[in-house]
Design a protein around this ligand. Structure first.
Ligand code: AMP
Ligand code: MN
Ligand code: MN
Length: 329
């Protein structure tokens, strides 16, 4: 597959300046970078006097409701919206936008795709994909500042949270000097960094810790100690009253075990599907390549899959594929 033809910042700027109505969408099961990117770009467009709708297939996670402007995030309406331009953010493949969101945006005559996933094939009319960027929020910071577009309070806070969550609080190797420069600039622009971090990381619902306890009971490690995994059953979700966002980021705990190079989280989804989350600490164990074998994708050190179940079969297949890569080292 050839890499997609990439747009210039000016081409994107031309669309943002000359078109009037936009629908902005991010991926299913949205994380901080997905919602943060939507708010960052959307509030810049609103400040330019544009009409903007913010859609997400799964709505706004409760954990991100502190972000200013987040009340604008909607579930997709049943009828297609009358908009000129649809913008997909932080979404590696078109289906990950969700069926209802795609239907709601189906009248748009021009599609933009702004992302940082290396596996993004460039599925829109105009594609800006920077896989060297640790977050789509960072791509948008560069875009908005280079084009001199309005930088609202909502944009500022959303970009910080997008970058902070996608870099594991500025820890992952994808974090660069530029990432810290941007964070410093956001603080100079008035971001309350202590309060924003506290709202992002110190407001966990109790059920998230109950989930952690349930996950720890399933923790396993391969005999060589290189692969650690845990799993979440649908019944546990029901018993604990979990929301989809409750498991976000928990995989970092098993990724952090000494000797572990790949961490895997298996989650049973409704309708017999399984969600697989993978993290690697070793560039030679590229989890994006492993995810691609099963139709998933992401980045070399963080990737995911949605695949058919049942859980036991999915587990055996994915762990088998990882084991094969470990043996090739
Ligand atoms: P997660 O483990 O869900 O936090 O996802 C890790 C990375 O892989 C993120 O950048 C996701 O966008 C990407 N990703 C997760 N699931 C999928 C999937 N089913 N298909 C393609 N990319 C995915
Ligand atoms: Mn994301
Ligand atoms: Mn991202």
């Amino acid at each position: 597959m050839n890499p997609p033809a990439l747009a210039t910042i000016e081409q994107i700027g031309d669309v943002l300046r000359t078109r009037q109505s936009f629908v902005i969408i991010s991926h299913v099961r949205p994380d901080g970078d997905a919602i943060g990117s939507q708010l960052a770009l959307g509030f810049s467009l609103l400040a330019m006097g544009k009409s903007v709708r913010f859609l997400n297939e799964d709505g706004l996670p409760e954990s991100l409701a502190f972000l200013p402007g987040s009340e604008r995030i909607e579930f997709p309406p049943d009828e297609p919206l009358d908009v000129e331009v649809a913008i997909a953010l932080d979404t590696s493949t078109r289906p990950r936008l969700g069926e209802r969101a795609l239907h709601a945006a189906s009248k748009a005559s021009l599609w933009l795709n702004i992302d940082h996933h290396i596996s993004n094939p460039g599925y829109a009319d105009i594609n800006l994909i920077d896989s060297t960027s640790p977050a789509t929020g960072q791509v948008l910071y560069e875009l908005i500042t280079k084009l001199g577009l309005p930088f609202s309070v909502e944009t500022r806070d959303a970009i910080y949270v997008a970058i902070s969550t996608d870099t594991g609080s500025f820890q992952y190797p994808s974090t660069t000097a530029r990432t810290y420069d941007i964070a410093a600039d956001l603080i100079r622009r008035g971001l309350d960094v202590g309060q924003t971090n506290s709202q992002t990381y110190d407001e966990l619902p109790f059920r998230r810790l109950e989930l952690m306890r349930a996950l720890l009971n399933t923790l396993e490690r391969s005999s060589d100690g290189i692969v650690a995994h845990w799993e979440l059953r649908e019944q546990t979700c029901v018993d604990l009253g979990l929301r989809p966002e409750d498991s976000e980021g928990l995989i970092d705990f098993i990724r952090a075990i000494r000797g572990v190079r790949v961490a895997v989280f298996f989650e049973e989804l409704p309708e017999g599907k399984v969600r697989v989350s993978m993290r690697s600490k070793d560039r030679q164990l590229d989890v994006c390549i492993i995810a691609s074998e099963f139709g998933g994708g992401g980045h070399s050190l963080a990737a995911g899959i949605r695949m058919p179940g049942p859980l036991e079969i999915a587990k055996a297949r994915v762990l088998g594929a990882i084991q094969k890569r470990v043996e090739m080292l």
